[in-house]
Design a protein around this ligand. Structure first.
Ligand code: NDP
Length: 465
């Protein structure tokens, strides 16, 4: 009997669709799921090139050597459990590909352990949700560079394509792929919150209706702001509720949950002594949206009056503020990856990473073309905002970001990510940020010493003599 080309373990939302994507591209795919009825259901749907197995031993036996197995199960302990099971059946040279949202340090641990047994281990970020998994996601593989050639034909064939190029590239060793996916998700949190804040501003200060806002987002989607998230926002705002005659968005509870990759990004940034204030504000905004006291405070605190605005002019200010907020969110994410690349010796190619984010994934956006071009001119940049074209972007939009923030504060409209954006830019721009006084305070109470502007080295001063 002919062997299968590749196996997929975990046939939930993502695993099933990745398996079918591979099968649709002509690869012979073996499927295995902990709960067999799920495998059976897919078998019963009668897909070409897909065969399900009840026993993991049969599943592994059915694969062409070296065996290539995509693991698409819940992140965390389930991945360890599946790897432990597989190790009983795999032989040297076989390949495990963890394509779930694993924490990159778990991937580094698993990589070292599994590769010590002669089996290759890849940590692969996959973005695009259910539809992307089936039709073409953005794929971020990390692991052994030479062994990548063995899995490249599969991953690059099923990935989204942009201008004829696959949105999949070798990212780097061990945990690099999952790290990049984590930062991708961090940027996603910031961009989603920026869009939510733009919506809130247009609604609460501009008094635009949902349909008018849908038009505005649609209009933005034909400009430099074009992105998957802007596109779906326009569609969301147009959607009618099936149970009432209202707009669906107004029937949805004003609370957002999270699964953890945003939190990992900010925790990792703090470990790296790095500022990703926009991503942090976005994660905190979701946390705050769930506070039970919101109801009490909404009745207890004074409501501000706000200022009269011209809706047409205001709409333009919000567009520019969002444009800049988004640029800063991506800049913080890419700078974080730059720092990690040095810290973990990953040699990340940030231009290539921008290029594979251009299709298939949730943060796909026109802006990535601009970012890619910046890295084309200068491959190694700690912060792409230093590029001349980016400085122009900042200077073109910064006044609108200030105006929008001022109007929001006067009207009492919470925009934590947009306000982090202007604070961050002012921190970068200001000659004096007050850290001289912090140094003095630390030296005053703890003799931590300080640096002088006129003499090299650290000094201590006896403040109370
Ligand atoms: P689902 O909940 O749809 O499926 C989870 C899968 O994990 C099922 O096949 C389940 O098997 C299996 N599983 C859970 N626990 C175990 C275990 N202890 N041992 C063996 N198998 C187990 O999840 P998704 O498909 O959405 O997500 C899978 C991975 O992909 C996750 O890491 C997720 O973060 C990531 N991801 C998800 C995206 C999305 O949009 N949904 C996008 C990108 C990545 P069983 O049927 O037996 O319960």
């Amino acid at each position: 009997m002919t062997k299968n080309d590749i196996g997929v373990i975990g046939l939930g939302t993502m695993g099933k669709n990745l398996a079918l994507n591979l099968a649709n591209k002509g690869f012979k795919v073996a499927g295995f799921n902990r709960t067999y009825v799920i495998t059976k259901e897919i078998e019963n749907e009668k897909h070409d090139n897909f065969k399900g197995y009840e026993e993991i031993s049969e599943f592994v036996d059915s694969l062409e050597k070296p065996a290539k197995i995509i693991v698409m199960v819940k992140a965390g302990e389930p991945v360890d459990m599946v790897c432990d099971q597989l190790l009983d059946f795999l032989i040297e040279g076989d390949i495990i590909i963890d394509a779930g949202n694993s924490y990159f340090k778990d991937t580094m641990r698993r990589h070292d352990f599994i590769e010590s047994r002669g089996i290759f281990y890849f940590g692969v970020g996959v973005s695009g949700g259910e539809k992307g998994a089936l039709l073409g996601p953005s794929i971020m593989p990390g692991g052994d560079k030479d062994a990548y050639d063995l899995i490249k034909p599969y991953l690059e064939t099923i990935a989204a394509q942009k201008n004829g190029e696959p949105c999949c590239t070798y990212i780097g060793p061990n945990g690099a792929g999952h790290y990049v996916k984590m930062v991708h998700n961090g940027i996603e949190y910031a961009d989603m919150q920026l869009i939510a804040e733009s919506y809130l501003l247009l609604k609460e200060i501009g008094h635009f209706s949902n349909q008018e806002m849908a038009d505005i987002f649609e209009e933005w989607n034909s400009t430099e702001l074009r992105s998957y998230l802007v596109e779906i926002t326009a569609k969301i705002l147009r959607e009618k509720d099936e149970l009432t005659d209202l707009d669906l968005v107004d029937m949805i509870v004003d609370k957002a949950s999270q699964k953890g990759t945003g939190k990992w990004t900010i925790l990792e940034a703090i470990n790296q002594d790095f500022n990703v204030s926009l991503i942090q504000a976005a994660v905190q905004a979701r946390i705050t949206s769930n506070l039970v006291e919101r109801d009490i405070f909404s009745r207890a605190f004074l409501v501000p009056n706000g200022k009269e605005i011209n809706p047409k002019v205001f709409k333009e200010e919000v567009r520019k503020a969002y444009t800049l907020g988004k640029l800063i969110a991506y800049a913080q994410g890419f700078s974080l990856m730059y720092d990690a690349s040095i810290r973990y010796d990953w040699q990340l190619d940030l231009g290539k990473i921008a290029s594979i984010f251009r299709a298939g994934c949730i943060i796909q956006a026109e802006l990535l073309e601009v970012i890619m071009n910046v890295y084309k001119n200068e491959e190694v940049l700690s912060n792409f905002l230093v590029d001349g074209s980016m400085i122009n972007q900042v200077n073109t939009n910064i006044q609108s970001l200030r105006v929008t923030n001022s109007l929001a504060i006067l009207a009492g409209v919470p925009i934590p990510v947009l306000s982090s954006a202007i604070t961050y830019l002012d921190q970068l721009r200001s000659k004096l940020v007050g850290a001289n006084l912090i140094q003095a305070q630390r030296d005053f109470f703890g003799a931590h010493t300080f640096e002088r502007i006129d003499v090299e080295g650290k000094v201590h001063h006896e403040w109370e003599n």
